[in-house]
Design a protein around this ligand. Sequence first.
Ligand SMILES: *Cc1c(COP(=O)(O)O)cnc(C)c1O
Length: 506
Amino acid sequence: MTNQNLGDWKPSEFEEQGINLIKKISEHFENIREVPVSTNILPNDLFSMIDSKLPDHPTNFEEIMNDTWEKIVPNLTHWNHPNFHGYFSTSASAPGILADLLVSSLNVNALVWKAAPAASALEKVILNWIAEMVGYHMDTDGVLLNGASLATFYALTAARDQSTNVDIRTKGLIQSNVNQMRIYTSDQAHSSVEKAAISLGIGTDNVVIVETNDLYQMEISKLEKAVVSDLKEGYIPMAIVATVGTTSTGSVDPIKDISSICEKYNIWLHIDAAYGGFWNLVPEVREVNEDLRLGDSLVVNPHKGLYTPLEVTTLFCKRKGALSNTFRLIPEYLQTVKEDGSIDYMDYSLQLGRCFRALKLWWIIRSFGKEGLSKRLGESIRQARWLEAKVEDHPDFVCVSSSPFALVCLRYVPKSLQKLLQNASDEAERESIHSYIQCLNASLLSHLNKSGKVFVSHSVIKDGYVIRVSVGNIHTTFEDLQQTWILMQEKASEVYDMSPYQELTV
Ligand SMILES: *Cc1c(COP(=O)(O)O)cnc(C)c1O
């Protein structure tokens, strides 16, 4: 006795709908340059368009598709768009997208070896490939995770457990009666460092923020001074977090010097190369980049640099056993007979159920090859350097800081204002011009994004507001970037004409 209406779709229906969907996706990419990069819809309008009551009865799948392409897709910010240059540009490449479909179809849970033999084996293979690509130690501990923020949290948890002889893992921080622990990082570090301190019970007050130099790199002398003074006062320096590719300007901390300090005072070095890591595939960049092998732990993000759909991050840890000492905890129902060479990936983080992330990377890396990946990333670097040169040559724009990676930070400062600044009679006048420039650039960013033709984001650094153009989507061509540069110049004079400095100040 079977009820015809229960169970899943028939395979033939799945095939038909699947083919339709893939056709729609191909059309989307075919016409991607006509798709607005972002939407200007207001939150309440969006809710009133899509909010509806919980459906009691089946909806025809064609209708669901129509709603998706009419109401959802046009009201997204399109990260996988050639003119998306916000935050850090990312790409979902075709082999990665298709792998995601198979990953979901098989729905393998890679918690222990026995539960997913080939997924676990492939994870090991992929970790080695990635270590080789970014220049980390091969055959070391590692794990694929959902994001760099959690990777940094896990690395710092392992660092905490290694930092004293007290068993904090069992006793907890308070019962362990250890002195206050401290984490050191630069004023440019990602917020995930402080978030880790919050979750670990170490507290944001114990994240020592080290100042950076003019190039936004951690100041070594200030770092050492902070460590020495903390040691004198009885704190436990638990970890130093260095960044390769900071979020605001893509700067790189002096890893070698930081590593010497870590060695001298026996402190764990965690390197956050979530953004910067994969640029090592480009020979010219690798030559000037820092050595990632120096990190006790290292995070790199395939979902940023390696054309991989979200969510795939890699955490490595060359201190063998440190991650599993912290996270291994096996209840009876997860006991399995350990076979020679097997790896249980649940031992390396808090996550138990884990999707088959390695397959996406296996398909992507094999489809493009190391050389293909390197050339694509190299192309983004060349595009970014081209834009940088254009900005530098333009009398009304300034290039604010320079990253070895494909990130350009710029500011619109009309020549007349540069002159005014030079001739400003006092600090008050300079202040007023600076704050006008800030507004002008915020307005430029808003007009650019409202156009739907490009998406950029901003940051505020030491000398003020900057527009960040992160180049790196797999679809972006030189022509796309040329169009963006033309649009930027047009919009810039528009916003300036709308509210020139003189009018704003009277
Ligand atoms: C993107 C980024 C992160 C956060 O990564 P998620 O994967 O989004 O958690 C952390 N640090 C740096 C330097 C980043 O660029």
